[in-house]
Design a protein around this ligand. Structure first.
Ligand code: ADP
Length: 305
């Protein structure tokens, strides 16, 4: 791990989040008048690619968009953030990943329709050529067999693999065995290990659960404002959270993943990369939104010094 100047490759989802705000949620069959409609670029793959690219590390996103207006909008947003989109395919006969969110009295309802994200396949992830020192990142918003194919190729090329198994769903051991660094929150750790865990539990309980996910693997359990508990070479390492005034924690986990991937690609040791990603995510939570709240390398360095 960490052999000089590599690139980050993220295989993952790209969504447009459409948010309608209203005084209250409609009942089934009812129509209510809303107040505003807001459009936010999202999807875990896109968010993590933006977080990495904003660190100044060459970052390629592998994914799919529909040939619709959201697809064009998302492409131009991601290009402006410095993400390489050469391997994002426009796909006919489907739509770009879309989340329809209604927000009333700080409660939301969400319907996510994967559309093109559900069609990302083994050929898509085989298209870019990875090399030793690169970092391959994925999440659970594209088909799991595609992630396995991506990681097998990455491993064969000598790249480091990072999996963020979110949103939580069961995964087989064969996929987890292809992972060098697993980054997950308490909910995802509970589901993958079948252990009942709570936010308030002692971090060492998380370390015990993480240990069951496979020896030798680095497991990072993100603990919100408590920071990160990492299991590195089977030893627990707690990186305490930075005390900040959190405004919006959307995208914090994605920021952590993207920043960590970027640090490993430029050859930073794991301990330093964890501390850095923890600071990056603490900056992200102080701003509204997900992709637009990812910090630059300069902002993280200013906070570190
Ligand atoms: P997720 O959104 O995936 O559940 P977390 O809430 O665990 O992820 O947050 C990911 C990381 O973001 C944390 O490990 C920490 O580094 C940072 N973070 C999240 N919330 C806060 C907070 N309130 N204050 C400081 N850092 C935070």
């Amino acid at each position: 791990m960490g052999l000089g100047m590599g690139r980050v490759f993220v295989a993952g989802s790209i969504n447009m989040d459409v948010v309608a705000t209203a005084d209250r949620h409609p009942k089934v069959g009812e129509t209510v008048a809303g107040e505003a409609v807001l459009y936010f670029p999202g999807g875990k793959g896109a968010n993590q690619a933006v977080a990495s690219a904003k660190q100044g590390v060459p970052t390629t996103l592998i994914g799919r968009l529909g040939t619709d207006a959201f697809g064009r909008e998302l492409r131009s947003f991601l290009a402006a953030q410095g993400v390489d989109l050469s391997f994002v395919k426009d796909t006919d006969g489907t739509h770009s990943g879309t989340a329809i969110i209604t927000l009333a009295n700080a409660d939301n309802t969400i319907v996510v329709v994967p559309g093109a994200n559900g069609l990302v396949d083994a050929d898509d992830v085989a298209a870019p050529v990875l090399a030793k020192g690169d970092v391959a990142v994925s999440q659970f918003e594209i088909p799991l067999p595609t992630i396995a194919a991506f990681f097998r190729r990455a491993r064969a090329a000598g790249a480091t693999t990072i999996l963020n198994p979110a949103p939580a769903k069961p995964a087989d051991k064969a996929l987890l065995d292809l992972v060098d660094v697993l980054i997950l929150n308490e909910t995802e750790l509970s589901l993958l290990t079948g252990t009942e865990l709570r936010d308030s539990d002692d971090p060492l309980r998380f370390a015990e659960a993480a240990r069951t996910l496979g020896r030798g693997k680095t497991v990072c359990v993100t603990l919100g404002k408590r920071g990160v508990l990492a299991l590195v070479a089977d030893q627990p390492l707690l990186v305490p959270g930075r005390e900040v005034k959190a405004v919006d924690t959307t995208g914090a986990g994605d920021c952590f993943v993207g920043a960590l991937a970027a640090q490993l690609a430029i050859g930073k040791p794991l301990g330093d990369a964890l501390a850095y990603a923890n600071i990056a995510a603490s900056i992200c939570v102080q701003r509204m939104g997900a992709a637009p709240s990812m910090p630059t390398a300069q902002e993280v360095e200013d906070t570190l010094s």
